[in-house]
Design a protein. Sequence first.
Length: 255
Amino acid sequence: MAKIETKNIRNIALLGHGGSGKTTLFHLMLGFFPPTGGEICIDGTPLTPQSRASWHKLVGYVPQDIFIIHGSLAENIALGQEHIDREKIRKVLQQVHLDAWAEALPEGIDTPLGEYGSRLSGGQKQRISIARAIAKKCPILVMDDSTSALDMETEHEIQKSLEQMNGITKIIIAHRISAVRHADEIIYLQDGKIAERGTHEELLKKNQETETTLKKIQKDNINKDSAPDAAEAKKKEEEKKKQEEQKQQKQKGHL
């Protein structure tokens, strides 16, 4: 029976075609529903409905479907926390490269985001969701294809920020090879089973078929990724222009 262990591994990536079981595995790991066979164990203790709440306190989860509440930027990032730590919010906004955008908002981090984040782009929603997970300061970060709506440059910068976070185990699903290249272990799923596992270099050394498979996964998702990339890049340019205009207006207001 195949096992997935996070002990002594800080960066695990799940890779595979659509429908291979990546998100289902995440849901099992988080205890959203029980496995039909085998066990999900936390420090050797099986995960049960009774222990699920305690387990969730240790996990920062970035889902595919992002929920934005009808509140301010600060309230969305601090969602689920007892109080809003404004300094911590500013720090995580820097980590997800939303600090300049947040500063240019009419009310800064207290600016309402609109109903269900109606004023946000897909990339902004994803970065807010990542910031929310980081702000929990959990030892485990679980990310389900959470950078798919970002352009390559922004994704790379966020990946660098995540790599600098010490003492955290990261488990990610990604479609882009670039997002998993530096993982300690890549687990390639096929039809709900582990087909291959190892580092990026180890997988490529195993055989030519594995290399072809990795490239095919990248190719299959390039059309999915290219549209969000272009839209996000355009959105970033519009944001920069708007930020400059808002700064000029603020400066005029102080004259």
